[in-house]
Structure formats: C-alpha cells, structure tokens
Design a protein around this ligand. Structure first.
Ligand SMILES: [Fe+2]
Length: 468
C-alpha cells in the first residue's frame, strides 16, 4: 500500500514538474497562428484578397530566436495589412528588439499600431512611438486613416490606451466619411464595455517620483493634463468620487481658476499644495458634509485631518468608472458658470504598489474648454459596436496567460469587463481579442500559447481567388 502511495505521490510530483516546465520553458515560445474568416460585407469587399495580420502584446526584451520566428511567420502570410495593438517593449533592450522586428514587417497597405498601457506605465512611450514611426509604422492615437484596398476604400481607426482612459472613440472616428467600412484598433476590449468617463487621480504610481503618503495631484502625471473644466450654469453642482484601486484617501479637492497667474508659477511635477488663489473653490469633505455610500467612509485621520476613504486596501481594481457606482462619495458646492477650473486633489496612498491608490472624479454638469460635456456623473461612453465599426482588433488580456481546467483564465490582466479572448460578435461588429505574443508579470503561459492572428476576407470577396 505504501509503495502505491509513493508511486502516486511521485507521479503527482512528476506531472506537476512537467506542467511547470511546459508553462515556463515550452508554451511561452510555442508560436501559433489563428486563422479567421472575416464576415461578408463592405470591409471584406474593400480588402479584396488582402489578409490582415494582427500582432498584440509583444512585451519584447530583445530580438531573439522567438522574434526571428515571428518575423518569418508574418512574412509567410504575405500580409496586405499588419496591425499591432500595444504593449511593445518591457525594457530598453526590448525597444531595440522592436526596432529590429518592425524593420522586418512589410505589408502592401502598410503597418498600423496603437499604444498599450504597458508602454505608458513603463515610461517608454515616446521612445516606442519614435521607434515605430522610424520604421514606417503609422501610430494612431485617437485618429484614423483611409486606405485604398483592391476592392475599395476603407478606414483604419485607432484609439489611444483605454486602460488609463486616454482613449477617445469619438475623436478616433471623427472625419471618417459616412458609410466607409471601418476597422478599429484598440489595446483593450474596453471599447465594447459599458463604462463612464471620469478624471483619474493616482497617488501611488510606482514609476512616479513618489511613494506612499499624502500628495497633491492635478492628474497630469498619468495621461497628460486633463482638460480644465467649467460649468454650464451657475448655482449648485455635485462632485462624485468613486474608487479605481481601493485604499485611497482624499483629504481635500480644490477647483482653482485655470488662468490664475499663481498657478502658472507652480513648478511642474511638484506635489506640495498648490498656491492659494482668489476665486478658488475649496472642497473639504467634512466642512461640506459629504454624503457617502457603500464602502466609502468619512473620518478624521490620526493627524486630525478630514479623510474620505475608499475602504481598506485589498488590491481591488475597478478598471473603469462605473455609470451607477454603489460605492461613492458626493459633495455639493456652488460655482459660477463659465469659469475654467483646474482640479487638484490632496490624496493619500497607503502603499506604492500601483494597485492601491487611485480615484475617479466626476461632476454633475462639467464641460471642457470647447463647451462639450466631460467627466459627467452618469455619463456613458459610446461603444464601438454602436458606432458603425465593422471589426475591432484588441489584445491586453493575454487570454489570461494561464488557463486552468474548468476555471479558465486565471487573471485577465485586470480588464474590467466580460471579454477574455477570441471572437465576439456584437450586432454587426466583430471583435477579436488576441492572446498576444509575450507575457507580463510572470514569464509563463499555460493552455494559452502566443498567437499571430490572420484574418482573411471570404473567398467570394477575393479578387483572383484565394491564396494557397
Ligand atoms: Fe500586455
């Protein structure tokens, strides 16, 4: 009996070791090709016989044998169009590898790319965009281009990284002539997720110049300066806070007139209190009698200062602002119409992990400098499927990277919605989420090999018949 148990234990150990070896040494390098037929329609017709090759989430660390095989695999497809959906390089050597790789990518209609969150998170975005452009790659950041396929004209639109809210679908699609068949590139499938629009304030970004503790932020460290806002009408307004990563505390919010000369003298990148200005609106949550719902609390901290707190730090992430959040805090205040304000928040981060410390801000009737509604409470961003887009190509999730029997994706790379990988048909829009090519966090893949996606128009849309 003991020998049977020993044998069973040895078998379990061996099979466990085999799984670990596969996940770390075999599967991350087992390049696969996924072939898909595009639906019949105007986009397929415009493409004629041209194939689209889709690459995502390279996460390069250099140009090695895996990248050589990838370049050869793409060339073997004789692509009409190559598209890439973000997360290009994890290291400086990866940027050099990207340069080598993209110099070997050729397609008759061009190579088009959009940014990923990882490109910003590691602070190499400008270097990466310059590398792509110098190799002739078109980088679309909330923009579009018109291409002439064998069967007609079509548009390729691309949104900037949705993860930190840099994406603007309306702007990406603006200017595309009515009725033009459109392919949309997005790093993540967020363009199909129900979400609201909000200002984002993150205190504990590990790539920033600060760590845990209290800071003053204007939000510009994450996605450039968020537009100054004003109010459509004078009188009573509401500010709403909801958590992105739990654990953050908010001590004070100041709406400072954007044209105040004192503000211009405030050093960029400073996280001390901005100067006091005339005409500013100071929102201390205790003085203002903030209303709280769900996990939020309102207390005086150990230093005696008032703190609106988004519950304990459990590492939870709400990838996007909710339209109707159960957990929220709201403050009412008076403000005149038509004054442009820059928003500053005194925020507390309990840790500098990048997952413990950011909040969304929205207002009841805020508008941007052009007068368009922005960061509105209850706002709903448009979906790609409701915007006349025929095909969306995305990545970001890595398909989970590790997929367990019965459980599926172990981690969806912190995407907030229902999408994991593969094909989704939403009305007349086809969405494909690539498993990507590289890895993030841990260099492992299990039941989720890297993939090149090749999309081919249906045979009756092809001129000269299908390729072999
Ligand atoms: Fe990625």
């Amino acid at each position: 009996m003991i020998s049977v148990l020993k044998a069973a234990g040895a078998a379990a150990l061996l099979s466990g070791a085999a799984v670990v070896a596969d996940a770390t040494m075999v599967e991350p390098y087992r390049l696969t090709t996924t072939r898909l037929m595009l639906p019949e329609g105007a986009l397929s017709h415009a493409l004629g016989g041209e194939r689209i090759v889709h690459l995502s989430d390279l996460h390069l660390h250099g140009m090695g044998s895996s990248e050589e095989r990838l370049a050869a695999a793409v060339a073997a497809e004789d692509p009409g169009l190559i598209v890439m959906t973000g997360d290009y390089a994890d290291t400086s050597a990866g940027v050099s590898g990207l340069s080598s790789l993209v110099s070997r990518l050729h397609a008759r209609l061009g190579v088009v790319a959009v940014p990923g969150n990882n490109d910003y998170f590691r602070g190499r975005q400008e270097e990466i965009f310059a590398t792509l452009r110098s190799a002739g790659v078109t980088v679309l950041r909330n923009a579009s281009m018109i291409l002439q396929g064998p069967g007609g004209r079509f548009a390729v639109a691309g949104v900037d990284d949705p993860f930190f809210g840099r994406d603007d679908l309306r702007r990406a699609l603006a200017g595309i002539p009515e009725g033009t068949p459109t392919l949309l590139l997005a790093h993540s499938p967020a363009v199909e997720e129900r979400r609201s629009e909000a200002m984002l304030f993150n205190a504990g970004d590990p790539s920033g110049a600060w760590g845990a503790g209290w800071f003053w932020l204007d939000g510009s460290h994450l996605r450039g300066r968020q537009p100054d806002i004003s109010f459509e009408s004078g009188g009573s307004h509401t500010l709403r806070l909801q958590g992105r990563e739990d654990g953050a505390g908010v001590g004070e919010i100041r709406l400072i007139p954007a044209t105040d000369p004192e503000l211009a003298r405030y050093p960029s990148g400073d996280h001390s209190a901005p100067p006091r200005t005339s005409g500013e609106i100071d929102l201390d949550p205790c003085d203002r009698g903030a209303t709280i719902h769900g996990a939020w609390t309102l207390n005086h901290g150990s230093d005696g200062l008032c703190v609106l707190h988004d519950g304990p730090d459990r590492g939870r992430l709400a990838a996007f602002p909710k339209i109707e959040p159960a957990d929220r805090a709201e403050i009412s205040f008076e403000a005149p119409a038509g004054v442009a304000y820059r928003i500053w928040v005194r925020i507390f981060s309990p840790a500098s992990t990048g997952r413990s410390d950011s909040v969304y801000l929205q207002f009841s009737d805020s508008v941007d400098p052009g007068g368009a509604p922005r960061y509105r409470i209850g706002s709903a961003l448009p979906l790609a499927s409701g915007s006349g887009v025929a095909l969306v190509l995305a990545g970001h999730t890595h398909g989970g990277q590790v997929r367990l029997p019965w459980l599926g994706a172990l981690e969806k790379n912190i995407s907030g919605g229902p999408f994991v990988m593969g094909r989704y048909d939403i009305g007349g829009t086809m969405l494909y989420i690539s498993r990507g090519l590289g890895t993030s966090y841990l260099p492992v893949r299990f039941d989720c090999p890297p993939e090149v996606v090749v999309l081919t128009p249906p045979a009756d849309e092809q001129r000269g018949g299908p390729r072999a």
